[in-house]
Ligand binder design. Structure first.
Ligand SMILES: Cc1cc2nc3c(=O)[nH]c(=O)nc-3n(C[C@H](O)[C@H](O)[C@H](O)COP(=O)(O)OP(=O)(O)OC[C@H]3O[C@@H](n4cnc5c(N)ncnc54)[C@H](O)[C@@H]3O)c2cc1C
Length: 406
């Protein structure tokens, strides 16, 4: 039976990150949204605090790897806890943490020891922030991952990649990008190959930056590959890896990444929903204390309780998926369930927050309005809500089939 009580150490990490979110992220949040960028001074503050996706969550008292010390083992459970707290501050800042980001899991999962060392080495340099990215989505292939069209053609010494990737988080500032391409679109999933492409390679350029409804301060860009030569040693896992499996390995890597990152995305949604629920409570109480008539006070109270309950339920599903991952148990269904539930509940909670606080058509509270825009994408990226439900339904049917011997 999983133990969902927070350990003393987890409480310390949560308190540390909450303090950081409250004092360093929230005060910058609205300005960053207006500028559609993160204030540059934030990165030195972040570095001093020792927070990045690579080492998050670092025990506040523990030494840094750069100082020759050992970090605590990273668990998904503490990572989701950190993800919720930082997103409570602002989810765009959470997505903009330096580190390999979504690009990290594929390199860890199938990269050779040499590749892992080479590609992760850059994050040891603390003179400026470094980023990794993950490029799967294309203008014509989002949910339908098997339908990617970016081509990788074999040439002496490596491959040439041609194609366009779209909506890539941290795409315009990444030091390297994990790119999924196909040797032949007709082969479907079996044709997929996974590469790491470094910034500055000839034929690799950043296209337009996407202007978004929400998460505006998070960098989202189009990446263009035009006959971009990538050496053999950048094929993740090496050639033998794909030959051995004959195989859907490239596709499996793309999907395994989501199994480990969906709980983090679910935790981000929980963080935003919690922020919106708390802010709504504050605003409602402020009005009540001011003595303004609130004829629907009882209904309001029930709505606030209901928001709180749904935040807690979403958090439990998220923790369950993290618990399974840490216990090395299958968690694809749990991860999809957490993401689908947390995302859709958070969208509803942010909408209700606006309705409860600005129902007379007044200018809404600026933070609530921002979170209402930010949360929209949580039903979309890393697999849309509909697709998560399909994953959950498939797993259910698999279980039923196994029971009745199908
Ligand atoms: C802010 C942001 C950041 C992102 N970051 C990244 C990133 O770092 N790397 C990356 O590779 N991608 C990234 N994406 C892309 C994101 O993962 C895709 O947008 C997402 O997978 C959906 O793809 P799509 O937009 O093409 O929509 P589509 O797949 O075209 O879906 C459109 C609609 O159809 C529904 N639909 C599709 N297929 C089915 C089905 N089989 N059954 C039922 N309904 C279905 C969907 O649920 C959706 O409502 C990002 C997107 C955003 C907005």
């Amino acid at each position: 039976m999983p133990d969902f009580a927070e350990s003393t150490k987890e409480q310390t990490i949560r308190a540390y990150l909450h303090y950081f979110a409250e004092t360093e992220i929230r005060p910058r949040s609205l300005e960053a949204d207006r500028m559609a960028d993160i204030q540059p001074d934030f990165y030195s503050v972040l570095d001093r605090a020792g927070i990045s996706t690579e080492m998050m969550p670092r025990d506040p008292g523990s030494p840094r790897p750069a100082e020759g010390g050992k970090t605590e083992p990273q668990t998904l459970r503490t990572a989701v806890l950190a993800s919720e707290e930082l997103s409570w501050g602002d989810a765009s800042f959470m997505l903009s943490l330096p580190g390999p980001g979504l690009g990290g899991p594929p390199v860890s999962f199938i990269g050779t020891p040499e590749q892992r060392e080479r590609f992760f080495a850059v994050f040891q340099d603390r003179s400026r922030p470094h980023f990794g990215a993950y490029a799967l989505t294309e203008p014509e292939a989002g949910s339908d991952v098997a339908g990617i069209r970016a081509r990788c053609e074999e040439v002496p010494g490596g491959f040439r990649i041609t194609g366009t990737k779209t909506f890539i988080t941290n795409g315009s500032r990444a030091d390297w990008v994990v790119v999924f391409a196909t040797v032949d679109p007709e082969l479907g999933r079996a044709g997929h190959r996974t590469f790491v492409v470094e910034r500055g390679r000839e034929g690799f350029s950043v296209g337009r930056k996407h202007h978004k409804l929400g998460l505006r301060a998070s960098d989202t860009a189009e990446l263009v590959f035009q006959d971009c030569f990538v050496p053999e040693e950048n094929l993740l896992g090496g050639r033998a890896h794909y030959e051995r499996q004959l195989s859907q390995e490239g596709f499996k890597v793309a999907m395994a990444t989501f199994d480990s990152t969906r709980p983090l995305v679910a935790a981000m949604a929980v963080g935003i929903a919690r922020a919106a629920a708390e802010r709504t409570r504050e605003l409602v109480q402020e009005r009540y204390m001011l003595g303004r008539a609130l004829p629907r006070y009882r209904a309001l109270e029930e709505s606030l309780d209901d928001m709180d309950r749904r935040v807690r339920a979403a958090r439990l599903l998220t923790w369950k998926s993290a618990y399974l991952a840490d216990a090395r148990q299958p968690q694809s269904r749990a991860a999809s369930m957490a993401k689908a539930y947390a995302g859709s509940q958070a969208v509803q909670i942010c909408r209700e927050a606006l309705e409860l606080t600005a129902d007379s058509g007044e200018q809404p509270d600026a933070l609530l309005e921002k979170w209402f825009r930010d949360i929209r994408v949580f039903d979309l990226f890393e697999g849309t809500a509909q697709v998560q439900r399909l994953v959950v339904a498939r797993r259910l049917f698999d279980e039923i089939g196994a029971k009745v011997g199908l």
